[in-house]
Design a protein around this ligand. Structure first.
Ligand SMILES: *Cc1c(COP(=O)(O)O)cnc(C)c1O
Length: 503
């Protein structure tokens, strides 16, 4: 097997193996790690996955990307992560038939009820294995900026994992009550949770500064610790997401819904561009995926980018009912653009510099055409999101959350506009509807919402007869452990203090 090396998008002289890329999280000069070449998967290999369970399929896909991990290490990681202890279904991800040729890929059967679990249940095993392999006898400090779902999923993945500390920062504006409650009640000896004034972008830029501040890094080094990231900029977050696109293709072929070789479109409700980028990698590997349909809410910076080739974050930011997609800087787009501009790290670094300095960059005609060949971009406002939830419930008997509804609406826009032959499609369903009970209840026409999310959860259960997840119900009884609110300028100082490191 050929070794797959990882390069930084912004400095092509940096070249490391996967364990180092995962342990570092982000490259020192701010670039993201990307595989030097995307491994391929043959039709015979795809077919060979049919008899395997999810953990085995995952180990197979990982063996192509994480070539410095042994088979035994990969099996240890996958068998530890993808268990029925953590997930409420043996299939780990479920596929539901929605309507003619359209399938819901339910990625929310894990401990925190959102798709982030698919990656964050396994990342701690990748990371602690990497640290052992690299003979680093340092404590790994995980820093997370979250728009809601990542934080909780990372906390659940890392809590009480030996040799790790985890610190989660969430924006005061923009996370739902239930999301906040999930985080501030988090158990575990190695966890810290802190609110940051502002929105997700404020929060993310505060955390990014910690990563690149030399005073902080030096102090940390002296304290015998090293930072890593559980955000989707970490390659160890992205590679597990490739698995479910490969796996769902195989499952649909195995059950005869599609034939091997048929094209399958993919629809993804998108924020940081991580989940849909994983679909792109699956397609580039050779899985017969068709159009990658990128669904945004009214914060439609990606829709505009796909349509015009101009990325412009200088715009009004709107808090929406799909908060995990309320993002104006989609970090993982950098990885796609690196590929599409011919791995030209200088050009790429220039665009990222433009973005940092002016909030805008333009990729030009050639890259724009490539983007448009691969992706369709669309957006959906809250009104249409609600209408979709209601319509799916009333007409299909399917209950979905707000993020998933955005994807369904954009998929319908695509169908209405597409000149191409319609092929089957899988829609990534990214959260359990109970995680956003108040919005779902409102969408279904409830006259009165409670200010207490647990009452909304109970009301939604009564209305639909669908059981709510036990782990959400249980939050009501748990005490709040974390109440601090800071401004983003103080994030670095706060982090060092929380770690007990003198400055
Ligand atoms: C994180 C998240 C998204 C967006 O995923 P990206 O990888 O950031 O594009 C969509 N829906 C839900 C429920 C999420 O938690």
């Amino acid at each position: 097997m050929v070794t797959v090396f990882y390069k930084s998008t912004r400095d092509s002289s940096i070249r490391v193996e996967s364990a180092a890329a995962i342990a570092k999280g982000i490259s020192e000069e701010g670039g993201l790690f990307v595989p030097e070449s995307i491994p391929s998967i043959s039709m015979d290999e795809l077919k060979s996955l049919a008899g395997m369970n999810y953990a085995q399929r995952a180990a197979f896909v990982f063996s192509k990307y994480l070539t410095d991990y042994t088979d035994a290490e990969l099996r240890y990681c996958t068998e530890s992560a993808y268990t029925t202890k953590a997930f409420d279904t043996e299939n780990i991800a479920e596929i539901a038939h929605l309507f003619e040729g359209t399938y819901m890929l339910e990625l929310w059967h894990g401990p925190t009820c959102a798709f982030k679990d698919m990656a964050l249940q396994i990342l701690p095993y990748f990371l602690t294995t990497a640290v052992k392999k690299l003979n680093m006898d340092k404590k790994v400090v995980i820093l997370v900026a979250t728009s809601g779902d990542t934080g909780k999923a990372a906390l659940e993945g890392f809590k009480d994992v030996p040799g790790t500390e985890i610190m989660v920062f969430y924006p005061v504006e923009g996370v739902s009550d239930m999301q906040k409650r999930q985080m501030v009640t988090q158990e575990g000896e190695n966890v810290t949770v802190c609110a940051v004034k502002g929105n997700f972008d404020d929060c993310q830029s505060g955390v990014k500064k910690i990563f690149t501040d030399h005073t902080v890094l030096d102090a940390l080094e002296k304290g015998g610790m090293t930072f890593s990231s559980a955000n989707s900029i970490n390659w160890g977050r992205l590679v597990p997401q490739i698995v479910y696109y490969v796996s769902s293709y195989v499952s649909l072929a195995e059950s005869g819904e599609i034939a091997y070789g048929d094209l399958l479109n993919v629809v993804v409700p998108t924020g940081n561009f991580g989940n849909i980028l994983a679909a792109y990698y699956a397609k580039m590997m050779g899985v017969p995926l068709g159009k990658l349909i990128c669904a945004s809410n009214i914060n439609k910076v990606l829709t505009d980018f796909i349509r015009t080739g101009v990325y412009n974050r200088n715009r009004q930011f709107y808090p929406t009912t799909s908060p995990s997609m309320d993002i104006l800087i989609s970090s993982n787009l950098e990885r796609l653009l690196y590929d599409l501009c011919g791995e030209d790290s200088e050009t790429l670094a220039g665009w990222m510099k433009d973005l940092a300095e002016t909030g805008v960059y333009s990729v030009g005609g050639t890259v724009r055409e490539k983007v448009q060949g691969l992706f369709y971009g669309g957006f959906c406002e809250d009104g249409a999101t609600f209408a979709t939830i209601r319509q799916l419930w009333e007409q299909e008997g399917y209950l979905c959350d707000t993020h998933t509804a955005v994807a369904v609406d954009v998929y319908r826009q695509y169908l209405a506009q597409s000149q191409e032959k319609v092929v089957p499609a899988v829609i990534a369903s990214t959260a359990n509807p109970y995680k956003f009970s108040a919005s779902v209840l409102q969408a279904l026409g409830a006259e009165q919402l409670s200010s207490d999310d647990f009452q909304n959860l109970a009301a939604l259960e009564t209305l639909t007869g669908i059981a709510s997840p036990a782990q959400l119900r249980a939050l009501q009884e748990k005490p709040e452990r974390f109440t601090q609110v800071i401004s983003r300028e103080n994030a670095a100082a706060y982090a060092l203090e929380a770690l007990g490191i003198p400055t």
